[in-house]
Design a binder for this molecule. Structure first.
Ligand code: HEM
Length: 146
């Protein structure tokens, strides 16, 4: 009973942090490069935190729910994908935000726009991984329904 409650708390938490990461990643598509550069450091820091928290909370939910013995390979694949997403965030998305900041400092509008596009592209790849994970979360239920 208690462990079930603990699992669902982690399920809710990992959904919230995953949603926060997704939402922050939409900014480069919706806003101008200069507006983004104004608080780049804050956005990239929050994205780093939310993606790592998603990794931690999802593993907590996974092990509280019974781990490898209890969950099917779709959840094992999700573990792989969240590790890939953390890697994307730290090694592609974060450097792109840092580039946006440095091009804003040097007031180079061409470099600023190209940095914004780089963020949008790398975050787009991340959003795709995220959506695949979301589908995997419901895969067993979907498969059972058809
Ligand atoms: C960004 C990615 C993710 C999103 C948006 C997401 C979303 C969700 C949602 C909406 C549920 C509830 C599903 C239901 O009601 O049946 C769920 C459950 C769950 N998720 Fe995720 N998830 C993500 C990543 C992960 C990862 C990487 C793991 C690690 C294995 C994971 C482990 C779990 C577990 C163990 C449950 C509970 C399943 C159960 O016992 O019914 N999630 N997730």
């Amino acid at each position: 009973m208690t462990i079930l409650l603990v699992k669902w708390i982690f399920v809710i938490l990992h959904v919230i942090t995953a949603a926060a990461w997704f939402g922050l990643g939409l900014r480069p598509r919706a806003e101008a490069a200069q507006a983004l550069a104004d608080d780049a450091a804050g956005t990239v820091r929050l994205m780093n935190i939310f993606v790592v928290l998603t990794l931690v909370f999802s593993l907590c939910a996974f092990f509280a729910g019974g781990g490898f013995a209890a969950y099917s390979p779709v959840y094992h694949t999700s573990i792989l994908l969240i590790v890939v997403l953390v890697g994307l965030q730290l090694f592609l998305i974060r450097p792109a935000w840092n580039r946006l900041q440095s091009s804003a400092r040097s007031e180079d509008s061409g470099a600023l726009e190209s940095a914004r596009k780089r963020i949008a592209m790398s975050t787009g790849i991340g959003h795709l991984c995220w959506l695949v994970m979301l589908v995997l979360m419901f895969w067993n239920k979907l498969a059972a329904a058809f």
